[in-house]
Design a protein around this ligand. Sequence first.
Ligand SMILES: NC(=O)c1ccc[n+]([C@@H]2O[C@H](COP(=O)([O-])OP(=O)(O)OC[C@H]3O[C@@H](n4cnc5c(N)ncnc54)[C@H](O)[C@@H]3O)[C@@H](O)[C@H]2O)c1
Length: 278
Amino acid sequence: MKIQDKVIWITGGCSGMGLASMELFLSKGAKVMVTDINEEKGKTLTYEYGANVIFYKADMTKTDELQAAVNGVMSKWGRLDVLLACAGGGGLTWALPMAPTPESVQSGGSFNWQYTNEGPGSLEAFVKDININLIGNFDAGRLAAFEMMKNKPNEKGERGAIIFISSISANKRHSPGFNCGYASSKAGLLGLTKEMSVNFAPGGIRVNSILPGFFDTKIVEEIKGIAGAQWQEAAIFPKEPGDPKCVATMATEIVENYFVNNATIEVTAGFTATASYQ
Ligand SMILES: NC(=O)c1ccc[n+]([C@@H]2O[C@H](COP(=O)([O-])OP(=O)(O)OC[C@H]3O[C@@H](n4cnc5c(N)ncnc54)[C@H](O)[C@@H]3O)[C@@H](O)[C@H]2O)c1
């Protein structure tokens, strides 16, 4: 699908991969609706990037806010062609909480872990991750596809494209152990990709997932101290955090390449060749 003049909805577009993707889609002649909970940044987008960007504050866990944003983009530009669902979040969601031993923290090398014995992990924290990353993306996907179905199909029969951002955490070969909620939700997105790609195929809507490795963006701030160095080491080449632009270019390629459907595309610097950093 050509990107020029298309309308792209980017969730979580105020930062990191979403923001980098917004810039790239704009440079290719698209119009972009950004939704995010970061109202302060969101309100500056049109001023900074021009009238081809609109912003709505929409929390992925609030269906009325997502629906209001979709209504807004339809009344502004009259169509929706692409959903790039970047918004996500995740905290420490142990089933049995652990912490690095004081000795391993002091030595500054690889951590050794021990149970904190403070009781079972938080159910609330687990549910929070599932709500944002899995249920929120199902919600955005169904709302977007409903509008895409109104598009006249192009010469290949395409009406739209949906891209979910999964994570290395969804991969069987990588297990930090503290990511029960996040990993489950991101693995769930791979199932959602498969189901929606079949569900939407008769309508000419492709559904794919990008699976990023370690990117030094805001989302990893909380866990960087206990995982960042190991994650970086786990990449094969290059051994450095990813640049959000690497996800942005993959997203535009997926939109432009009509033959990519039901795919999970890894952007990890080879991270997945390693087993576990623990
Ligand atoms: N950074 C990494 O290493 C990494 C690795 C794998 C996957 N991911 C995934 O990539 C996606 C983009 O993350 P990023 O690295 O660009 O992080 P980021 O923190 O820079 O951007 C995430 C954006 O999502 C927004 N957001 C958070 N919760 C939201 C909610 N409930 N509703 C609406 N917006 C919300 C934030 O305000 C922020 O603007 C996320 O889904 C994340 O899980 C990141």
